[in-house]
Design a protein around this ligand. Sequence first.
Ligand code: SAH
Length: 467
Amino acid sequence: MNKDRRTRSGGAARNRRPARGEGEPASARNNPAKARPARSAMASSGDPGAAPALILKEGRERSLLRKHPWVFSGAVEHMQGEQSSGVTVAVRGADGRFFAWAALSPDSNIRARVWSFDEAQPPGEELFSARIRSALKRRHLDFGGGRPLRILHSEADGLPGLIADRYGDTLVVQISSAGAERWRKLLLQLLFDETGCMQVYERSDADVRALEGLQPRCGFVVVEDGVVTDDVAATLEGAESSAVISENGIQYEVDFATGQKTGFFLDQRDSREAVREAVGVLVGAVQAGTPIDVLNCFCYTGGFSLAALAGGASSVLSVDSSGAALEIARRNLTLNGFDASRAEWLDADVFKQLRTLRDAGRSFDLIVLDPPKFAPTARDAERAARGYKDINLCALRLLRPGGYLATFSCSGGISADLFQKIVAGAAADAGVSCYIERRFAASSDHPVLMEFPEGEYLKGLLLRRSD
Ligand code: SAH
């Protein structure tokens, strides 16, 4: 499987597995947590030489008892021992009771992220490799091998701050927490070994890294003789920075070096398929020759546009403000052999374009609204709500009777319930009545842990306008 894996030595990776402890941060290797000192020693407060521990305020252990993986700064009574970025701390009550092993994020309001709730399972090779294996097993059962997939989804897979998407034989990883950063080499090594991928590309450039006090890092992970190093390289001999993937029978080019996020929005896989089906329903309901016109707003590399064409749409107008994304979208059209005259690509601002279309008297049978995150946190919810209301109102005014609106929000700060209320308000203002035909969420390779509802960021509605 690993015959020609790209490593700096040029030849086949020897696939040497690092010895236990190797690849871990030096201080973590000597982590007193591993030695598990007596509880009394751990509980002694104020001693800088003590084992790193985070002591909770009284009553603030409740969320940890429910297995919620975050400790907010306001819950911390005091710290003891080393407090460097990403260091493993024992989270304890004032009486010394153990609640979790967690990674410290000294700069963040989310002060610690839980690795494990089991005192006998501190972070390290054993725990990480078990987490990676169970994430892979779950997805393999759900999806079968080889498909483009998110194989690690941060907290939901027990590895806070670590995301990994598989595109063909490339793994694209994103590290966004101080804890995952500290264990970077070991985590990447285990991923490299467990997945058998040819190359790992690191896209650790998400804005959230700044909140953790981390600098961006992007490039091919340099692997020497099978061992992951600290380095990344802009290019690697024999390695491509893009891949062609196949999703629901449609081919997409993914540029994981310069594309948005890790290059492709795998979370919308099921929704794209639902849009293809909805177009099929429309095509089936009209007399032959009646055109079915689709508008795809925030189209990125054309995911929903190609799905709509595959469903039989006569025309698809796609809008995005990224010229680079539209270039890939055009190539994707060709890649799938669709008739170029059925697709129009517009480099424009959606907020403005929706008004231009209204002024031009245009209307559509199916409209997709898949905007970027307007509200990363609950604090931005009000401003975001105005944005969602605006685009949904404008889109509903362009929707023909009996037509579909597939509308989404990937804002963590907007709940599914609130999103539905916003869209209902937009429909009322537009004077149209709609049925909710379907509710969308991220596909199941982006799992949501019940004890971590914050992980449920993507929500959407498939509305059908009544006649
Ligand atoms: N639906 C896409 C993913 C959309 S991501 C898919 O299935 O792959 C959001 C997109 O919105 C990005 O491509 C970004 O370039 C675009 N975008 C952000 N703000 C915009 C704006 N004001 N007008 C048009 N496009 C915008």
